[in-house]
Design a protein around this ligand. Sequence first.
Ligand code: NAD
Ligand code: 2HG
Length: 323
Amino acid sequence: MSFKIVVTPRSFGAASPRPMELLQNKGYEIVRNSLGRPLKEMELIRLAGGADALLVGIDEVTDRVVDSLPNLKVISKYGVGVDNIALGAASRRGIPVTNTPGVNTGAVADLAIGLMLSVARQISAADHSTKNGEWKRFMGSSLYGKTVGILGTGKIGRAVAKRLRGFEVELLLYDEFKDSVFAGEVGGRYADLPEIYGKADFISLHLPLMPATGGLIGEKELRAMKPDAIVVNTARGGLVDEKALVRALREKWIRGAALDAFAAEPPRDEELLGLPNIVLTPHIGAYTEEAVLMMGMQSARNVIAVLEGKQPENVVNEIPKPS
Ligand SMILES: NC(=O)c1ccc[n+]([C@@H]2O[C@H](COP(=O)([O-])OP(=O)(O)OC[C@H]3O[C@@H](n4cnc5c(N)ncnc54)[C@H](O)[C@@H]3O)[C@@H](O)[C@H]2O)c1
Ligand SMILES: O=C(O)CC[C@@H](O)C(=O)O
């Protein structure tokens, strides 16, 4: 019996044919997303009719999508964040949702450091201006020796902290689980959010998007930050109130920001797009050849495991035990 697998991420298999070969060698019917971007709910419902497996990126995998697929046996997330997937609907049907933690950690951490430097030294604006024939010598601020707040000390937050040791920064850490051994290793300490907002020159977000973290950085928090603060968000757009951020940047409550993730992608807010003191990237945190290959392999293996009746790796939802 052939299974229908719907594969939506454009970059799946882009770095190497190996992830696609894993699926093809099983004789599955593979349906790709031809739009070249994550799918909205109705687009996914139309593409996925009759699917046995969804291998998805940041597409809208809503309750309606899950409910529209009576044969669905697994939702395999190509990546870490599962905030775009209706976990409850999947659990009710006994459908495992899997993800690929760890394999894109380094890629996102590298980008977070790159964005801190890019905003602080205005690298993006300086490049643009030099290529336009100007010779405007932009004045920046230093990352070296500054105070950095890391919100979320899971895999990516830790990788950022380790990279920052070379910059000899003071590290202020925040997480619901405090790991004093890790804090000691990186020479940092856990602090509460008001202290971090009041002291940090850079604030880097590495929390998952969930009810407890949605809108975490709003007007009150931005006003509590130092006028020199730079906010970097490589996690999820929903962590930051974008309207408040636009005001904060326009009215100079803070120095600058960088966003790799947005509340709605791609972002359309003209004011946000036009601000001089923000660097924007199109959700490329995980997009290195190395990470994309490993995300592809792991997400394909998780599909195969479930369809062959085996236990997949990294199931993120509760599956009720059969009574
Ligand atoms: N830009 C990208 O392309 C990209 C790529 C990968 C991951 N991400 C995002 O980065 C996030 C972090 O990834 P990770 O691999 O480090 O995940 P992780 O699960 O290893 O780390 C998340 C950390 O957040 C903490 N946390 C969760 N809820 C909290 C709360 N309410 N208060 C305080 N701490 C809380 C957890 O204890 C954990 O330490 C992902 O959820 C995803 O949204 C973005
Ligand atoms: O699916 C993507 O394109 C990015 C996934 C990334 O944000 C993640 O959560 O790992």
